[in-house]
Design a protein around this ligand. Structure first.
Ligand code: GCU
Length: 335
């Protein structure tokens, strides 16, 4: 217990309870009962960050100022892996993270981000918003993490500073940065390239110094981080759609009254609707900006795409052997 307390204090626990008792509504008007932290690794104007601000605003309004959520954007609370760890012991109260690093903590989530799984955004959203998505939300077990709502992050494509990737041979031997995810490491190996796991915030300098030849991400990330300035070859292959989640720390959750919990769930959902709208707009804006910047944009031919798909197909056996029925259901939802 002592050690636990020490860890809690040492890590600058984010939960400040100005008043004892959760959701009692006894604090003076305007004085928050809870001041909670929210970690976000994207820039201020990015759709997910704007979603976080919307969430914080809604929660504040609906609790009459009793819950204040402070959004920390730009990765100031740490990279995604460390944010997830902090959530697990309550050092951070809320976060929006990508499913890739999250699946290292809740492995079943890999199923939702398998390579070339979805036919497009509609397919992915049908899955996430239906029974399958709900079942995943309910399978966080003893992770100490509580999922609140899905956020959009589009499709990921390869980019690099060396040459246009038009064929499978073109990517062979390249050092490609990946998220801190075993699935992504194995996927890149299956394509014949060398995976380099690295935090998002280190990718720009990795590209600039030549430590990596390339990376992969959606249009808004490629644009917002200015990676396109140092790696101007972008290949649209949409090898994966990695959804994102807003999460709350179990220890924070347990301190809130059912009334506050309901408000938080409801506001997280509403912020997600808002984020998805911003996402669709931003995807177009980012693509246009990148094209105007003169980047070389390559579309994989159907034939080449099939070769990429074939190359990574062993990932299904490796990561989804226990979930074949769910994969079948996901595939069926795309037809
Ligand atoms: C996307 C995602 C981030 C993630 C990043 C990455 O941009 O929104 O949360 O950190 O991919 O590649 O690491």
């Amino acid at each position: 217990m002592k050690t636990k307390m020490a860890v809690f204090l040492l890590c600058g626990a984010a939960l400040l309870t100005a008043c004892a008792g959760a959701g009692g509504g006894k604090a003076d008007s305007g004085v928050p009962e809870f001041v909670l932290t929210y970690a976000e690794n994207q820039a201020e104007d990015y759709p997910t960050t704007q979603g976080a601000y919307k969430f914080a605003e809604l929660v504040n309004q609906r609790t009459n100022g009793k819950i204040e959520i402070q959004v920390n954007a730009g990765g100031t609370l740490g990279d995604e892996r460390s944010v997830i760890e902090q959530l697990q012991f309550g050092g951070v109260d809320f976060a929006r993270v990508s499913l890739s690093p999250l699946a290292e903590f809740v492995p079943k989530l890999n199923v939702l981000q398998m390579p070339y799984l979805y036919t497009g955004p509609e397919h992915m959203w049908r899955v996430l918003e239906g029974k399958i998505g709900d079942d995943f939300m309910n399978s966080f077990g003893d992770s100490n993490l509580i999922p609140l709502s899905w956020y959009d992050a589009g499709a990921r494509n390869f980019y690099n500073s060396v040459r246009p990737i038009e064929t499978l041979e073109d990517i062979r031997g390249m050092n490609i940065r990946v998220q801190e995810s075993e699935l992504m490491v194995d996927t890149i190996k299956a394509l014949g390239a060398n995976p380099v796991p690295m935090a998002y915030g280190d990718v720009y300098s990795g590209l600039q110094t030549g430590k990596i030849d390339g990376a992969e991400n959606n249009w808004p990330s490629y644009e917002s981080t200015r990676h396109y300035e140092v790696a101007g070859y972008y290949t649209i292959d949409e090898h994966t759609r990695v959804p994102e989640l807003q999460l709350v720390a179990q220890s924070t959750w347990d301190k809130l009254s059912p009334e506050y919990q309901n408000i938080i769930r409801e506001c997280a959902q509403e912020s997600a609707v808002y984020e998805r709208k911003l996402w669709q707009e931003r995807e177009k804006i980012s693509e246009q900006k990148i094209r105007e910047a003169g980047c070389v944009i390559t579309e994989l031919s159907a034939e080449e795409k099939a070769r990429f798909q074939d190359a990574v197909s062993p990932m299904y056996e490796l990561y989804c052997a226990d979930y074949v029925d769910i994969i079948d259901q996901i595939v069926a939802a795309g037809k």
